[in-house]
Write a protein that binds this ligand. Structure first.
Ligand code: G6P
Length: 610
C-alpha cells in the first residue's frame, strides 16, 4: 500500500503533488518523493525518509519547477524504508516511475537487466520495472509503447505512473491489481491512486479498469484496455462528500465512516487479493513459511477489536485448521497463561497504541510464541513497530470515536489471514477459492446493505424511550450481536447486551417483556433453524423483535416482529455485511436522542493508559 499522485499542467505542479500526498498518507508514510520535469527538460527528483511533511519541507526549500511530475508516499514492501528505496525510481537519468503493488517476478527480470548493463541502486521491485521500461525505450521513442511492452513481462500487482524527460508533454499510467484514477482539469490533467488526492484540483474522474493503461497530456486522455485497444471510459463527477478532511454532506463523521465502508474494504483488498487468491508476500517476508509451523492462534485485543477477534476464531478454526483462543488484553496480561507450542500471537488494534494490547504483546514476547502479527490501522504505531509482522487494515483515518470502518476492515484483514493460514495448512483449493471470491464480492454487498439506511432511520424512533436492548446471534454472528450492543450503548447510552441466542434460556430470558427490544442477526446459515427456535422462545414471552434477516430466511413481519431484509450473502462474509445495519441503527437512535455521536461521553478513540 502506497499513494500515487501525478500531474501534467501549464503551472508548476510540486504543490499539487504534495497536497495530494498528504491526503494519501493513510496509505503509508515511511518515505515520500517526487520528480518533476522543468522547462529545460531537466528531471528534478526529491526524496525523504519519513512522512510527507519532511518532503514538503524540502520542496518548500528547493522549490522545484515544472509542469510534469509524479509523487509517491510509500509503505515499504521490498527493501527497508529509506531514501534510496523511496519512489520515484529513476532509470538512465531519463524516466521516473512511481508504483503501488508488488512485482512478483522481479528477481528474474533483475538478472536479465543486470546482464544488459542496468545498475541497481535500491532493493525495490519498482526499480526493476523502471529499468525494464527504459530497456524498451532504447528501441523506440514512445513511452506508451515501452510501458506496454514492459507490462507484458511483469507478473504481480501494479498501479504505476511514468514520466520521461525526453517526452515531457506526456505521462503514462497503467493499472493491474492496484487502482488508479485520472482527474480531468482544464488544460491540465492528473492521476492518483485515490481520487481524494485530487479533490482540490478537480471533481471529474475516469476510473481506470483492470488492465487499462493510458497516455495523458495536458489536453488529452487516451485510455487502452488490457489488449491495447483504445477505449472510452465513463467520466464520473465526484461530490465533495468524499473529502476525508470534512464531514462533507454528512451530519457526523460516524455516518460518513459507515458509508465509506465499501471503499475502505476495497482499499484493504487492493493489491492483496486477486481472483487467483492472495498475492504472495502481503503479510511480510517469511510469514507464509512461518505459518507452516503454527498449530494455535492466540488473539488479544480490546473493545471493538476484540469482537473482530471473536469472529476470526470461527474462521481460523474452520478454514485455518488451527485451534484459536481470543482474549481481552487487560485479562490476558494478568492471567498466568500457558503458551501452547507453535502459537502465533495476533493482536488487533485500530490505533496500534492501546496500552493493554501493547502490554500483552510485550508480555508474549517474553514467552515462547512462534511469532506475532498485529492487524492495525495506524502505520508507525507502537504495535506496528514492536510486532514481528504488521498487516495494515487501510481503513483511512477514523474520526468518530465509535469504531465502524476500522472494525469491518479488521474483519476483512482477518479473513485474509485465515486464507493465508488455510493455505499453509493445506486447505483445499475450492475452499480457498470460496474465501477469495467472498472477499472480492464484499464491497458490492456492503453497498447493498447500506441501502437500508432510511428504513433503519425510521425504525430507530421505536428505541428512544427504551432503557435496555438485547442483541442476539449464533455462531459467528454472536460477536456481531456483541458489537451491535456495544455500539448502541457507546453512542446512545441505552443499556444493551449481546447474547448467544442459545444461551438466552439460561438467564436473560427473565428480562423479556414488551419494553425490551430484541435485535436479532439472522443470515441464512447452518444455524438458522436453531435461531428460529430461540426466537419462538422469546416470542412466547411477549418479546418485541427486530430481525435483520436474509431475504430467504423465511421470517415474517407482524405486530411484534419487524423483519428487515438484508442482502443475501455467503455465510462467510455475513458477519461483515450484518454489521452495517446495526451500526446504522445505533447511529440513528443516538441522533434522535441527541447525544454527541462522534465524541460520546467518557470515551476516547485511543486508550493509551491501562
Ligand atoms: C477504545 C475505543 C474503541 C476501541 C478500543 C480498542 O475503547 O473507543 O472503539 O475498540 O479502544 O482500541 P484499538 O485502537 O486497540 O482498536
Amino acid at each position: 500500500m502506497c499513494g500515487i499522485v501525478a500531474a501534467i499542467a501549464q503551472r508548476d505542479v510540486a504543490d499539487i503533488l504534495i497536497y495530494g500526498l498528504q491526503r494519501l498518507e493513510y496509505r503509508g508514510y515511511d518515505s515520500a518523493g517526487l520528480a518533476v520535469i522543468d522547462q529545460n527538460a531537466h528531471l528534478n527528483t526529491l526524496k525523504r525518509q519519513g512522512k510527507v511533511a519532511t518532503l514538503a519541507d524540502l520542496v518548500a526549500t528547493e522549490q522545484p519547477r515544472g509542469g510534469t511530475g509524479i509523487a509517491h508516499t510509500r509503505w515499504a514492501t521490498h527493501g527497508e524504508a529509506n531514501e534510496t528505496n523511496a519512489h520515484p525510481h529513476i532509470s538512465q537519468d531519463r524516466i521516473a516511475m512511481v508504483h503501488n503493488g508488488i512485482i512478483e517476478n522481479y528477481k528474474s527480470l533483475k538478472e536479465t537487466l543486470s546482464g544488459q548493463g542496468f545498475a541497481f541502486k535500491s532493493q525495490t521491485d519498482t526499480e526493476v520495472f523502471t529499468h525494464l521500461i527504459a530497456s524498451h525505450l532504447q528501441n523506440q521513442s514512445s513511452l506508451l509503447e515501452a510501458v506496454k511492452q514492459a507490462k507484458q513481462q511483469v507478473t504481480g500487482a501494479y498501479g504505476t505512473v511514468i514520466i520521461d524527460k525526453e517526452n515531457p508533454d506526456t505521462i503514462v499510467a497503467a493499472r493491474s491489481g492496484s487502482p488508479l484514477v485520472i482527474g480531468l482539469g482544464l488544460g491540465e490533467n492528473f492521476v492518483a491512486s485515490d481520487q481524494l488526492a485530487l479533490l482540490a484540483v478537480t471533481r471529474r474522474f475516469i476510473f481506470l479498469e483492470e488492465g487499462d493503461f493510458a497516455e495523458i497530456t495536458r489536453h488529452k486522455v487516451s485510455v487502452f484496455d488490457v489488449d491495447g485497444n483504445p477505449v472510452e471510459r465513463e467520466v464520473v463527477e465526484v461530490n465533495a462528500s468524499q473529502d476525508t478532511n470534512s464531514k462533507g454532506q454528512y451530519r457526523h463523521y460516524m455516518l460518513k465512516e459507515i458509508f465509506e465502508q465499501p471503499t475502505s474494504i476495497r482499499n484493504t483488498l487492493e493489491g492483496r487479493v486477486t481472483t487467483d487468491g492472495l498475492v504472495d508476500g502481503i503479510f511480510g517476508q517469511g510469514f507464509e513459511q512461518m505459518l507452516k509451523g503454527v498449530n494455535h492462534v492466540q488473539i488479544v485485543a480490546c473493545g471493538t477489536s476484540y469482537h473482530a477477534g471473536l469472529v476470526a476464531r470461527y474462521w481460523l478454526e474452520q478454514y485455518g485448521h488451527v485451534s484459536c483462543n481470543v482474549e481481552i488484553a487487560s485479562e490476558f496480561r494478568y492471567r498466568h497463561f500457558h503458551t501452547v507450542p507453535g502459537s502465533l500471537l495476533v493482536t488487533i488494534s485500530q490505533s496500534g497504541e492501546t496500552a493493554d494490547t501493547l502490554a500483552a504483546l510485550r508480555l508474549a514476547q517474553q514467552r515462547d510464541y512462534l511469532s506475532s502479527i498485529v492487524i492495525c490501522n495506524v502505520d508507525g504505531s507502537s504495535l506496528v513497530r514492536e510486532s514481528d509482522y504488521a498487516f495494515m487494515t487501510n481503513a483511512g483515518a477514523e474520526i468518530g470515536v465509535a469504531s465502524t470502518k476500522a472494525f469491518t476492515t479488521q474483519l476483512t484483514s482477518l479473513l485474509m489471514l485465515t486464507l493465508a493460514v488455510g493455505k499453509a495448512k493445506g486447505l483445499a483449493e475450492d475452499k480457498q477459492s470460496l474465501i477469495t471470491h467472498a472477499l472480492l464480492g464484499l464491497p458490492a454487498k456492503l453497498e447493498q446493505a447500506l441501502t437500508l439506511d432510511s428504513h433503519i432511520s425510521d425504525l430507530a424512533e421505536d428505541f428512544i424511550e427504551k432503557d435496555h436492548a438485547l442483541f442476539l446471534g449464533r455462531g459467528d454472528q454472536f460477536p456481531i450481536a456483541l458489537e451491535g450492543a456495544l455500539k448502541l450503548k457507546e453512542i446512545s447510552y441505552i443499556h444493551a447486551e449481546g447474547y448467544a441466542a442459545g444461551e438466552l434460556k439460561h438467564g436473560p430470558i427473565a428480562l423479556i417483556d414488551a419494553d425490551m427490544p430484541v435485535i436479532v442477526v439472522a443470515p441464512n446459515n447452518e444455524l438458522l433453524e436453531k435461531l428460529h427456535s430461540n426466537i419462538e422462545e422469546v416470542r412466547a414471552r411477549g418479546g418485541v423483535f427486530y430481525i435483520f434477516a436474509d431475504q430467504d430466511a423465511h421470517f415474517e413481519s407482524d405486530e411484534t416482529c419487524h423483519v428487515i431484509d438484508v442482502v443475501s450473502t455467503d455465510a462467510l462474509t455475513a458477519p461483515i455485511v450484518y454489521t452495517l445495519p446495526l451500526q446504522l441503527l445505533s447511529y440513528y437512535v443516538a441522533v434522535i436522542k441527541g447525544t454527541d455521536v462522534d465524541q460520546p461521553r467518557n470515551l476516547a478513540k485511543s486508550v493509551t493508559v491501562e
